[in-house]
Design a protein around this ligand. Structure first.
Ligand code: ZN
Length: 229
């Protein structure tokens, strides 16, 4: 009985480690801004670049005077390297989101290493920046993912709040969820691209940004990205 309970606990820990983006079971992830950045929140965008949404997101961030992090997908970066350059030139931080957007929790070390390396190279080839951060597609990780990212010089980043902007619930709903859910040191997950469809529609996310920024500032919070370690 005890053994069975122990086995169930161990199995539970493994599932948590594989499927929860902030779980420490398979290696430490960044799940909040550091304490010295209390009063700040961190905007992050996954799955870009996207030919329509990324320029609109960049324009909105510039108008609001906010810096963010873009976890770029390698195969989209290879298709639109000029957009990756635009992100870098605007002073935003670049992170690696791998190349293929395959879920990594059931993949071999060899697959993971190759996918993360190709993603890194796509960003470096586009804009000369070698990313120092990594975020796993869907936050899913095999036990070796965080270590492989670390081997590339990349800290693995989770998030504290997702607002399901990929489901396109309306820009006002996206903004409301973000503003009501974000707390000091929180990490907001948004999407300027689609992990599968290169032309996926992320117009609502771009349109929600001015209201997100204004609402967060009304709560007395400001914006920051993770400082380099
Ligand atoms: Zn993604």
């Amino acid at each position: 009985m005890l053994l069975a309970a122990g086995a169930a606990l161990a199995a539970g820990a493994i599932v948590h480690g594989a499927l929860h983006r902030n779980s420490p079971v398979f290696g430490r992830t960044v799940s909040a801004l550091p304490r010295e950045l209390a009063g700040r929140v961190w905007l992050t965008f996954d799955d870009g670049p996207n030919p329509v949404a990324t320029p609109r997101v960049l324009d909105a961030l510039a108008e609001c005077g906010v810096m963010a992090t873009f976890f770029v997908l390698g195969r989209h970066a290879e298709r639109w390297p000029e957009l990756v350059r635009r992100v870098a030139d605007a002073g935003h931080q670049l992170g690696n989101h791998g190349w293929s957007h395959r879920k990594l929790h059931l993949r071999s070390p060899r697959f993971v290493r190759e996918d993360l390396r190709r993603g890194t190279d796509a960003i470096a080839d586009a804009c000369g920046v070698r990313p120092r951060l990594f975020r796993a597609p869907h936050g899913f990780r095999a036990p070796w993912v965080t270590a492989i990212a670390a081997g590339l010089g990349q800290r693995t980043v989770g998030w504290s709040l997702g607002v399901w902007d990929s489901d396109r619930p309306g820009a006002d709903v996206i903004a409301r969820r973000a503003v009501s859910g974000l707390r000091s040191r929180g990490i907001l997950l948004l999407h300027d691209g689609d992990g599968y469809d290169p032309a996926g529609d992320r117009e609502q996310t771009a349109r929600a940004l001015p209201a997100i920024v204004a609402g967060i500032r009304d709560k007395g919070l400001e914006f920051a990205v993770l400082p380099p370690a």
